[in-house]
Ligand binder design. Structure first.
Ligand code: ATP
Ligand code: MG
Length: 391
C-alpha cells in the first residue's frame, strides 16, 4: 500500500485574511517548482483543498517517495506534509485500510486521530477513533496509548474523501518565498550572511544577492564560494540572481586618500550605497546583512549606525541577537557551513588596519569622505556590476 497523495499543511498563511488566496497560490507555485527541480516527474497535479494543498503523486512519485519528501521539507510556508492514502468516504473502507496501514512497522503503542471537516460524513470523530482503534487492536494486538503513542493513525475526512497516514514530515514553517517582496542580501562568503538570507527567505522575501570582491588583488575564491552557497540556498528559492561588484578600484582610492583606522567603515559605507542603488533598480525594498551585535569591530552599535547613515533604505539584520554558535548550528542545518569555512581572500580583510575604530564618529567619517569622489565612485562600481543567473 503506497501513499498516492501528499497533504501539505501551512500554519500562518491560513490566518492572512484577504491575502490568503494569494499566499496559498504562491505556496502552490513554490511546491511545484521545488518538485520540478529536485524530484521531477513525480506528480500529476497540485491542488487546493480546504486549508491544505494536495499533491497527487504519479506512479514514479509513489516509487520515489524519499526524494519527494526530501525536496518538500525545504519549502518555506509549509509547516508539515503527510504522504497519505486516499480512500472513499466510507467507514468500512477506512477501517480496512487503517488496519492494513497499521499492520506494518515495528511499534508497541498507537492511537487514532480523526479530523472530520466534512460534517456530511455521518460518523463523529470520536466514534471513528473508537471503532478504527478497536479494529487495529484486534488485528495487531498492539497497545493503545493516547498520551504518548509510538505511532498515530491519522484519518482526515475532508473534501469528499478520506486520507489516511502515519507520518508527518516537518517543513520549514514561515511564509512562502515571494509573498513578502524583494530583499537585496549582501553575501560575503562567511558563515553569517547565508544564514541571515535563509531567515529572510523563510519569512517570505525573495532574495537577490550582491557580493563584493577585490579581484585582481585577491583570487576568485570568494566568488566561487558565493556561487556554491547560492546553489545550496536554491533548495529554498529556485531562481536567484547574483551581482558581482569590483571593490578594488574603490579600495585603492580609500587606501591612498584616507586615514587607515576608518577603512573598514568607509568600505562598508560604499558597499551599502552600491547595494542600495542596485536594490532600487531591481525594486528590492530592503538590504540585508549577516551582522550580529558585537561580533567584530564593524558590528558595534556605533559603527552599524554610522554605516547605515549612508543610505535611506532599511537594512535588515536578522542575526543581530544570535550567538556565533547558534548561527553555526543553523549554517550546518542549511548545509552552507562547509562552504563558508573554506579558505578565501575576503575583500575586507585586504589592507585592514591593525586597530580599526570600534566607535567611529559620523563627523570624522564624513570628513574622510570629503577627500573622495563618493558619488562618482559609486556610479562607476554600479555600472560595472556583473550579473549571474541561477535558475
Ligand atoms: P559573514 O560570516 O557573513 O562574512 P562576518 O562575521 O565575516 O560575516 P563581516 O565580515 O563584518 O562579518 O561582515 C558583516 C556583513 O557584511 C556580512 O554578514 C555581509 O552581509 C556583509 N559583507 C561583508 N563582506 C561582504 C562582501 N565581500 N560582499 C557582500 N557582503 C559583505
Ligand atoms: Mg565576512
Amino acid at each position: 500500500m503506497k501513499p498516492d497523495v501528499i497533504l501539505c499543511h501551512y500554519g500562518e498563511i491560513g490566518l492572512k485574511g484577504k491575502n490568503r488566496g494569494y499566499f496559498e497560490k504562491k505556496l502552490q507555485e513554490n511546491l511545484r517548482s521545488t518538485l520540478q527541480r529536485f524530484s521531477p516527474e513525480t506528480f500529476s497535479s497540485i491542488g487546493r483543498m480546504f486549508g491544505r494543498l494536495i499533491i497527487r503523486l504519479n506512479e514514479n512519485g509513489q516509487n520515489e517517495l524519499a526524494s519527494v519528501k526530501s525536496a518538500l521539507k525545504n519549502v518555506c510556508g509549509m509547516v508539515y506534509c503527510a504522504p497519505a492514502i486516499s480512500a472513499k468516504q466510507d467507514k468500512e473502507t477506512i477501517i480496512k485500510l487503517s488496519v492494513e496501514l497499521m499492520s506494518v512497522g515495528g511499534y508497541d503503542s498507537f492511537r487514532v486521530t480523526t479530523r472530520r471537516t466534512d460534517k456530511i460524513f455521518p460518523v463523529s470523530k470520536l466514534k471513528m477513533n473508537e471503532d478504527v482503534g478497536a479494529a487495529i487492536l484486534e488485528a495487531t494486538g498492539k497497545k493503545v496509548n493516547l498520551k504518548q503513542p509510538d505511532k498515530t493513525c491519522y484519518i482526515d475526512i475532508v473534501d469528499g474523501k478520506a486520507f489516511l497516514y502515519t507520518e508527518r514530515i516537518q517543513g520549514q514553517g514561515g511564509l512562502p518565498v515571494g509573498v513578502s517582496g524583494k530583499v537585496m542580501s549582501m553575501l560575503s562568503g562567511g558563515i553569517d550572511s547565508p544564514v541571515a538570507s535563509y531567515y529572510i527567505m523563510k519569512r517570505g522575501a525573495a532574495v537577490s544577492f550582491i557580493h563584493f570582491h577585490s579581484v585582481p588583488f585577491t583570487n576568485e575564491a570568494s566568488i566561487e564560494k558565493v556561487r556554491e552557497m547560492i546553489e545550496k540556498l536554491q533548495v529554498f528559492q529556485q531562481r536567484i540572481s547574483l551581482h558581482l561588484v569590483e571593490l578594488a578600484p574603490i579600495q585603492k582610492e580609500v587606501m591612498v586618500l584616507t586615514s587607515e583606522k576608518y577603512r573598514i567603515i568607509l568600505y562598508r559605507r560604499f558597499m551599502v550605497r552600491i547595494a542600495e542603488k542596485l536594490a532600487k533598480k531591481q525594486r528590492a525594498v530592503a538590504l540585508l546583512t549577516g551582522d550580529s551585535l558585537g561580533q567584530v569591530a564593524s558590528q558595534t552599535l556605533e559603527n552599524m549606525s554610522v554605516i547605515e547613515e549612508a543610505i535611506s533604505m532599511p537594512l535588515l539584520r536578522p542575526l543581530i541577537g544570535f550567538d556565533k554558535l547558534e548561527i553555526i548550528n543553523k549554517a550546518r542545518a542549511i548545509d552552507t557551513y562547509d562552504i563558508s569555512i573554506l579558505p578565501d581572500q575576503d575583500c575586507c580583510a585586504l589592507f585592514v588596519p591593525k586597530h580599526p575604530a570600534t566607535k567611529a564618529r559620523l563627523k570624522d567619517i564624513l570628513s574622510e569622505e570629503k577627500k573622495l569622489k563618493v558619488d562618482e565612485m559609486v556610479q562607476q562600481a554600479v555600472a560595472n556590476i556583473k550579473i549571474e543567473q541561477f535558475d
